[in-house]
Design a protein. Structure first.
Length: 405
């Protein structure tokens, strides 16, 4: 990792009370105080309201309300917390949980739970999500101890301080699962590694209540509502209390997440569709007359989908339009603003259209991404590929194209 000497931009904050100015506070000392307050939290229950914005969109692509119950777990050296994510309207219904040893993802439609003890996937973090106060603590700890190239300000408002940090490294610095992770600088998804975070701190409690992450591809904004702190005994937490007795708990395996490349459509006619472009025009599969069609089911927030873009653009350049046409269908429900921003950012040279639920169902993708369907001149599906890996999937797709031409 290439690092540069840490640079701090301290903004002395002028606190006013009843119209009288008091002495400026030391931003560094205050952040240490808030970090210390976070370390006093042993249990916390709260509603978390989150908005997600993709590719610089002004309107959110996602909005969720969840209820968290979190418990300090010092024996867990990775996160140090156990927690459950519950339905805010039914605080016994868990969607996800972590007990310090494994994560539990609940699938009510199958009356089942997938338990992941992290022995299959080796990552620098455990769950992708973490309790709000764990994330806030990780961000402050990073700010106060890193040697990365960071600048930050602490701005005074009436009821809160707003902490803003800008990180300029060769790698994107991301807060994942309560851990600070430096993403690979060679990651093709990332063109601007700058990371920004904003943290709102309640003046009365000297505790954070809102966290915003701003990156090139994604902005997330989460607010902790009505927290109840240190009202329970951490030793009373048992994740089995939140798993219905009739649910089957199965271990995570790669097969748990994989989908067979032998899609049900292999060697069958490609389902026909008519969809609308972002400018309101109809476009149909039958409008494309090349010998082969490569149909991709994509998602703007899907990392492998983004990794595939340079390959698809090069395919479009390398083959005559009479031989091969490429169509990308957005299957994760992004709005028009996000799709336009994504199309412009990636400079797509092939059609990019939103799929409907009916088309997704017809192609049996289960809303997973990316899927690639290679359709021949008789409009039968001849090859199906799920996922994308450089120097693997790209070579397999190109080989299949050359064999069918």
């Amino acid at each position: 990792m290439v690092t540069m000497k840490k640079r701090f931009l301290f903004l002395s904050v002028l606190i006013t009370f009843m119209g009288c100015a008091e002495r400026p506070i030391d931003a560094n000392a205050y952040l240490k105080q808030v970090k210390g307050n976070l370390e006093q939290i042993k249990t916390a229950s709260y509603t978390l309201e989150s908005y997600n914005y993709l590719w610089g969109a002004k309107e959110p692509d996602g909005h969720t309300m969840s209820y968290f119950k979190s418990y300090i777990h010092p024996e867990d050296t990775m996160m140090g917390w156990s927690f459950v994510v519950l339905d805010p309207d039914n605080k016994r219904q868990m969607s996800f949980g972590y007990d310090g040893e494994a994560s539990y993802e609940v699938f009510p439609e199958h009356e089942g739970v997938i338990r992941d003890d992290f022995s299959t996937r080796k990552l620098p973090f455990r769950p992708f999500i973490a309790p709000f106060y764990k994330d806030a603590h990780a961000l402050l700890d990073y700010t106060l101890t890193t040697e990365d190239n960071v600048t930050y300000t602490l701005v005074d408002s009436v009821d809160y301080y707003k902490f803003h940090i800008i990180i300029k490294e060769d790698e994107q610095v991301e807060l994942i699962g309560g851990q600070i992770v430096h993403n690979d600088a060679a990651n093709p998804i990332i063109t601007d590694p700058t990371s920004e975070y904003e943290l709102w701190i309640d003046k009365q409690k000297d505790l954070p209540y809102r966290l915003k992450r701003i990156q090139e591809h994604n902005t997330s904004d989460s607010q902790c509502i009505d927290p109840v702190i240190n009202a329970e005994n951490p030793e009373d937490f048992d994740i089995s209390d939140y798993i219905p007795y009739n649910y089957v708990v199965k271990p995570y395996t790669r097969a748990s997440q994989s989908r067979s490349e032998k899609n049900a459509l292999l060697n069958l006619p490609a389902p026909q569709w008519t969809l609308q472009t972002m400018d309101g025009k109809d476009v149909s599969l039958k409008d494309f007359h090349s010998k082969l069609i490569l149909l991709e089911f994509s998602g703007v927030a899907c990392g492998p989908c983004q990794a595939a873009v340079p390959f698809l653009k090069k395919l479009r350049e390398d083959y005559a339009e009479s031989d091969l046409q490429i169509i990308s269908l957005e299957s994760w429900g992004a709005n028009d603003e996000t799709m336009k921003a994504y199309q412009e950012k990636k400079q797509l040279n092939y059609p990019y259209v939103r799929a409907t639920d009916q088309v997704i169902e017809a192609y049996k993708t289960g809303k997973a991404a990316p899927w690639f369907f290679l359709i021949d001149k008789t409009r039968f599906v001849r090859k199906v590929f799920y996922g994308f890996g450089l120097d693997y999937t790209d070579l397999e797709i190109k080989k299949a194209i050359d064999e069918l031409l």
